[in-house]
Design a protein around this ligand. Structure first.
Ligand code: AR6
Length: 171
């Protein structure tokens, strides 16, 4: 059992212990999945985020889920794609590892991720899929938890890319 699922949908609707937000360093909201999460979670999320004082790229912070079905929101800051030579892969891998560490610390068994950095931050989809899947697989092999990691893809292309990469690495 790989413990990995890839689905299409809206991450804000996920009934999991924690959803992950692709935030920016301010943690004060933005567009894309970040905007959707803040809209659904309500204004108390922004209030809680103000108390965190931001987050450097590659790291993660955790808040309550507020009005979301998820108990927690893990906010991580993916790298902006600058061609690949500015440490982008290391930062992206670090986002997944830091998020999963926080999830384990809070006893989360189910965690949903978006395609971190693949929207406004411009990370090429295939490269992101290969790295993200490999990183999460390593984490699950090493720690055995969380029991389920689900990628929730808003757009068809990201969904298809993740499914293809997952299929080619497990066959
Ligand atoms: N559920 C799941 N995935 C979604 C949703 C949703 N509701 N909405 C969008 N996506 P992006 P980034 C997908 O741009 O590239 C923000 O302004 C989207 O289709 O949200 O890490 C932040 O504040 C894409 O595949 O995040 C930062 O400033 C993926 O989520 C910046 O954007 C990520 O796209 C972060 O950029």
């Amino acid at each position: 059992m790989s413990g990995i699922e890839i689905v299409r949908g809206d991450i804000t609707a996920q009934e999991v212990d924690a959803i992950v937000n692709a935030a920016n360093e301010s943690l004060l909201g933005g567009g894309g999945v970040d905007g959707a999460i803040h809209r659904s979670a309500g204004p108390d999320l922004l209030e809680e985020c103000r108390g965190l004082g931001g987050c450097p790229t590659g790291q993660a912070r955790i808040t309550h889920g507020h009005r979301l079905p998820a108990k927690y929101i893990i906010h991580t800051v993916g790298p902006i794609w600058r061609g690949g030579g500015a440490g982008e892969p290391e930062f992206l891998a670090s986002c997944y590892r830091s998020s999963l560490t926080l999830a384990r610390d809070r006893g989360c068994e189910t965690v949903a991720f978006p395609a971190i950095s693949c929207g406004a931050y411009g990370y090429p989809l295939r490269k992101a899929a290969e790295l993200s899947l490999a990183t999460v697989r390593e984490e699950l092999d090493e720690h055995g938890l969380p029991a389920l990691v689900r990628w929730v893809m808003f757009d068809e292309e990201a969904y298809r890319t993740w499914v293809e990469v997952q299929a080619s690495s497990t066959s």
